[in-house]
Ligand binder design. Structure first.
Ligand SMILES: Nc1ncnc2c1ncn2[C@@H]1O[C@H](COP(=O)(O)OP(=O)(O)OP(=O)(O)O)[C@@H](O)[C@H]1O
Ligand SMILES: [Mg+2]
Length: 272
């Protein structure tokens, strides 16, 4: 198993990119994203600035449509900004060559989606092993590593079960194990508890916090769940096209407009 990403070291596979053990790891400068340029264009944000320290857990809140998912996609290099730039360990993502970009996706970033995205006809272990197979790691070794990860996310004994037979919360645990199996530096999660009831949402967030600590991750989590967001090291609000400190705003909203919401906790601008 590759463990290089967990300390200050050259990230294997990323053409010698030096990953600092402390200090700034991710930066976004003047990010603007416009969809469908023209008279009908949509610009969820026009000037996002972000600096993330290694080891931080950041929650991004904001009304539906503010661009939280879009921003995570830009940070993960799953999409490109209309203008502005994202830097990982000082390296501009837009300057990475195709193979380096593939390495960034496979080695630097683990992504967790709202709807777990597990392959239901494959077993839990096969789902987790998949990124390792893609790296060329042999079947038996990959399944062994996947089994260890399933144990770590609380699914010991479920390795051979078809992922489609697992509950939503269990499938999200599989998705988290799969996101982390390559020991990424960054964990990006887009409403990872959005489809879960309060108890499961709590469990998934606690698991993410534990893994964040034990694997020295840098985590950015978009969420509508304010009570979970408050547990992050830093809360940022994406609104009116910019990212701003969100803690005070959170406190005001929670005090004035607390209401029960899907996935538990209070909610900020959730879709109706
Ligand atoms: N591929 C796309 N093409 C056109 N418009 C898009 C595309 N992706 C997102 N948008 C638009 O960009 C805006 C921001 O969308 P995004 O999904 O990032 O918001 P969000 O903050 O994640 O919302 P939610 O909280 O509901 O998940 C929305 O108006 C959306 O319709
Ligand atoms: Mg979204």
């Amino acid at each position: 198993m590759n463990n290089h990403a967990s300390s200050g070291a050259v990230l294997e596979g990323l053409r010698g990119i030096e990953v600092p053990a402390t200090g700034e790891i991710l930066r976004a400068e003047h990010l603007r994203k416009t969809f469908c340029p023209g008279p009908q264009e949509i610009t969820p944000f026009h000037d996002v600035e972000l600096a993330v320290e290694r080891g931080e857990m950041i929650a991004i809140v904001g009304p539906s449509g503010a661009g939280k998912s879009t921003l995570l996609h830009l940070l993960a290099a799953l999409d490109t900004p209309t203008s502005g730039a994202v830097y990982f360990a000082g390296n501009a993502l837009h300057a990475l060559h195709e193979a380096e970009l593939a390495d960034y996706h496979n080695r630097a970033v683990g992504f967790v989606w709202q709807r777990h995205h597990v392959l239901s006809d494959f077993t839990a272990a096969e789902n987790v092993a998949m990124p390792l197979w893609i790296q060329g790691i042999g079947q038996d070794e990959a399944l062994r590593v996947a089994g260890d990860w399933l144990e770590e996310v609380g699914l010991a004994g479920r390795a051979g079960q078809c992922a489609g037979e697992l509950s939503g919360g269990e499938q999200q645990r599989v998705a988290i194990a799969r996101a982390l199996v390559n020991h990424p530096v960054l964990l990006l999660a887009d409403e990872p508890t959005g489809d879960l009831d309060e108890r499961n949402a709590e469990g998934i967030f606690e698991l993410m916090q534990r893994l964040h600590r034990t694997h020295h991750l840098t985590s950015i989590v978009a969420t509508h769940n304010l009570s979970l967001a408050r547990r992050a090291d830093r809360v940022l609000a994406l609104e009116h096209g910019r990212l701003a400190p969100g803690a005070e705003r959170l406190a005001g909203i929670a005090a004035g407009a607390a209401r029960p919401a899907g996935g538990g906790g209070t909610s900020l601008g959730e879709r109706g």
